[in-house]
Design a protein. Structure first.
Length: 200
């Protein structure tokens, strides 16, 4: 792709490093920014710099935060005896958007994946075990991906938490609403049958 300017080319190359953004999309975004007034572009750049320099991770749950302890962990309206374990901060946001969960979270920062060189030592597992032992936690909900690595991580966590005698549960998995059985894989159907619930 030929660019009218080396500055545009450099900006496109940097923008294209972002996930799901190819060079064509990056070019459209750069040209859009050039059409805006300088203040708008400076505001974006300033917001990104502040994000990079000032963002931190909650010392309790390891989610992205503005301060040492995040707003969820600080909140008096949350159910402190309930911890939902997730892979990443984006999972926290997804669950929060349902408005169905009022407990706390624990972000592992990944899952156990030998193929990708990610073992238990690289994850926030020991701090979870500590939280369960030190707090009044009654239940730990495992909300990890329904993959081989996700299942391995869930199994490992359940084993680690066994001695603390806390109730360990997993989010329900099965056939999505509005789906036909013929399009579902056998593992999903099998799991749905094994974990069936009473019809009310």
């Amino acid at each position: 792709m030929n660019y009218p300017s080396k500055l545009v080319e450099d900006a496109v190359n940097e923008m294209a490093k972002l996930p799901s953004i190819g060079k064509k999309t990056a070019l459209r975004l750069i040209l859009h920014l050039l059409k805006q007034n300088e203040v708008a572009t400076e505001s974006l750049a300033d917001a990104l710099l502040k994000l990079r320099r000032q963002i931190c991770y909650c010392k309790q749950c390891h989610s992205i935060a503005d301060q040492e302890i995040c707003s969820v962990c600080k909140s008096h309206s949350r159910e402190k005896e309930l911890i939902c374990v997730v892979e990443d901060t984006k999972d926290v946001l997804t669950i929060e958007n349902t408005n169905q969960y009022r407990g706390l979270y624990h972000v592992l920062g990944g899952i156990i994946s030998p193929m990708h060189g990610s073992g238990p030592d690289q994850l926030n597992i020991e701090s979870l075990v500590r939280r369960v032992k030190e707090g009044n936690v009654k239940e730990v909900i495992l909300a990890l991906p329904s993959t081989m690595d996700g299942e391995t991580t869930s199994f490992y966590l359940a084993k680690k938490l066994k001695e603390s005698e806390v109730k360990v549960t997993s989010i329900a998995r099965g056939i999505p609403l509005g789906s036909d059985l013929e399009y579902m894989d056998e593992l999903t159907i099998g799991r749905s049958i094994l974990r069936r619930t009473s019809y009310e």
